[in-house]
Design a protein around this ligand. Sequence first.
Ligand code: ADP
Ligand code: MG
Ligand code: MG
Length: 363
Amino acid sequence: AVYFLIRVWHGSQSEVHHTMHLTDDISITPSLDMDNLKLLQVLDRGRYGCVWKGSLNEKEVAVKVFNPCHKQNFLNERDIYTTPHMEHENVIRFIGAEERIGMEGTVEYLLVMDYAHHGSLYHYLKTYMVNWTGMCRLGHSLARGLAHLHSDFVKGGESKPAVAHRDLTSRNILVKADGSCALSDLGFAMRLTGNRICNPGQEDTAHITEVGTVRYMAPEVLEGAVNLRDFESALKQVDMYAVGLILWEIATRCQDLYMGQPVPDYMQPFQAELGQHPTFEELQVIVSREKRRPLLSDAWRENSQAVKSLKETIEDCWDQDAEARLTALCVEERMAELMSMWSRNSTVSPTLNRTSTGGSSAP
Ligand code: ADP
Ligand code: MG
Ligand code: MG
């Protein structure tokens, strides 16, 4: 078999790294007009380098700069973005990839993509509250992007393989200017169909180190019990567990759910239970053994069908039984229904008030 599980510990933060052999493709074809690419301002420092806001021929772009030791991660991310039919409204648009000599004379790898106006969903939810429509737009677009990633089809003689994201978190989802989501950080994404992964006998030479974020790990991942026999479904189901947590994050910032009561400050999933740096073991206890999940607030009144249905959707994503989880396509449909349900059933109209504690409403 081609799959190895290696656990790597970073201080209090633990991460699971999966290592596997994939076809190596070291050649990096310059695809950008480097002379017109300008790096303007650091947006975020990630684990693999740095993300800049920049401009390319006067257009705003984001540039992810990888350190040389993360070349494999760069190659994988570039490979996934350039897979046939990957382009989608709800997947951040890839513009090009480049290798260059950085300021200190070392090689750097650049991935250029569209700049997402609001940055990560995590940052967005920390800053803004949303109303019912804004919540549904975020949830719907997230599910729509993932349904595209998970789908496989043939179009124009080229086949799109199903792809699992494998590191879905609110930091790896971007929010565009119109309040819709775009999936990003495909560094650990993996093709599930097509001959690449399914024929481990091929001459696979290079390997990729995969990192999932502990906080978002599904119970079966925490238990090391992912069903490798149906690899394709199993990895999609792992993504769907994370979607449940992310929908919960979005809902906790929806002012229409609190009916005039103050909206609590943003918190990460399991932050209330385990704080800022939960360990793998702590999550094993809470998520796998005790089967606990983030609390669905009592303040969310169940007198409306819309609220009931929202809760069910979240719970059906993070189900302990991986096979019982909703598919991304199904969540996409549910979020579309939820969007129209509120206006039909609610007596309270969505508001756009600022509050002192919870940050401001989304624009
Ligand atoms: P890493 O693999 O190091 O986690 P990410 O691709 O997740 O890197 O990017 C790190 C952060 O940079 C994101 O959480 C987000 O805040 C910011 N970022 C990444 N891409 C973009 C983009 N296209 N537009 C705006 N911000 C971005
Ligand atoms: Mg990331
Ligand atoms: Mg990453």
